[in-house]
Design a protein around this ligand. Sequence first.
Ligand code: NAD
Length: 476
Amino acid sequence: MTAYPSLHMIIDGQPVAGGGRRTHAVVNPATGETIGELPLADAADLERALEVAAQGFRIWRDSTPQQRAAVLQGAARLMLERQEDLARIATMEEGKTLPEARIEVLMNVGLFNFYAGEVFRNYGRTLVRPAGQRSTVTHEPVGPVAAFAPWNFPLGNPGRKLGAPIAAGCSVILKAAEETPASALGVLQCLLDAGLPKQVAQAVFGVPDEVSRHLLGSPIIRKLSFTGSTVVGKHLVKLAADNMLRTTMELGGHGPVLVFADADVDAALDMMAASKYRNAGQVCVSPTRFIVEESVFDRFRDGFVERVGRIKVGNGLEDGVVMGPMANPRRPEAMDRLIGEAKARGAKLHTGGQRIGNAGYFYAPTVLSEIPLDAAIMNEEPFGPVALINPFSGEEAMIAEANRLPYGLAAYAWTQDAKRQKRLSREIETGMMGMNTTMIGGADSPFGGVKWSGHGAEDGPEGIMACMVTKAVHEG
Ligand code: NAD
């Protein structure tokens, strides 16, 4: 059985802990018990990390693609070897089921291997010029990156935040969520053990606002990469503006799902009900607002409720559990508030709607229908195990509802009409779209949103390019 490791930061390749630093208690959300004490950075730690990141950039920007590929492939191999330990630690920290945590390891393995190939394809351009003159456009690594990763994908988020800068030739200071530090440290350790120079990637933890102000206020940092809520994202973009930093912002969503009468409704139900409750709904691309054509509304709602009845909730380490607890006490509090307000405004509760047990942060998988559009839950990202199912009449009204909110991260549609599929692909304001599928990612595919869901993409060649700047050199 994997033991929960002792916690530290990694600055200049060294574990940093103790020394009278403040600490944060890491809690297992399935039990409510403290499992670790995380040291938090003081200003001197952050200054040291910045100096080292400046050195790391000078080292790594001159690395060959072969060196970068070897580190990324080596780290991928190590993650695979350590898959079971990494997955168990992620489940202990975040609550998701072990099979889901194992998939996060595989996501990182796939991404690092993809990037290992992509580092060779950093092509520039030669411009057409008169004889004797030459103009070239090249891509260069942007510089040291400050990267902030949230708790909902304890392994996958740090993998994205570290993988792209390292592939691009940047250095990176990662501040992963204080709730899930050991998973992030596990991913970074695989890179260091695979031969990444110790100055290139470091991990700090702290009081989030202190760390982000300090790092983003330093002239050493050249890029901000953030995944988290839109509120915090807007705050960080404002801080980043003072130093005119490049930014990649992967923020909140409120995933619309359009279900038309011509859809394969059973397939939609099977896939959407499974997808909705993955990680207890704490997924930025979670399907949330079900916009169902009137004639199939009753069938869809009843089929959804029936499938939810089969979800086994429990400790994610136990076999057969389909949904674990929520990750922290803020989430069940948010569920109570949002669901309570929706009910008070006349929404119908079909199942769930309350916490489970006295220990940990369990919340029952919930289905609401006929929710007024001005209820808070129809406008604020619920980030929890709740499906919101409303009837609509006609394609135009359904598209209008999908585009009603300022978010645009992931959208889903279920229809067998090929012409409608084309119209929806064009009309829905979203960064990612699943047409008759829930599979909207992949190492080779850009992952990111539009509008208040952010800008810039992770994964795919776009993820590396987001850590690059262009330079045009004209020789006369
Ligand atoms: P939050 O808004 O306080 O924090 C979100 C993330 O940002 C956390 O990881 C946190 O450590 C970090 N953060 C907060 N303030 C920061 C700062 N000043 N500088 C740097 N990082 C900072 O909320 P929360 O309670 O942790 O999460 C709830 C909300 O966050 C959800 O409702 C959801 O909208 C959003 N969220 C989104 C994602 C995503 O994948 N896009 C992931 C986790 C949380």
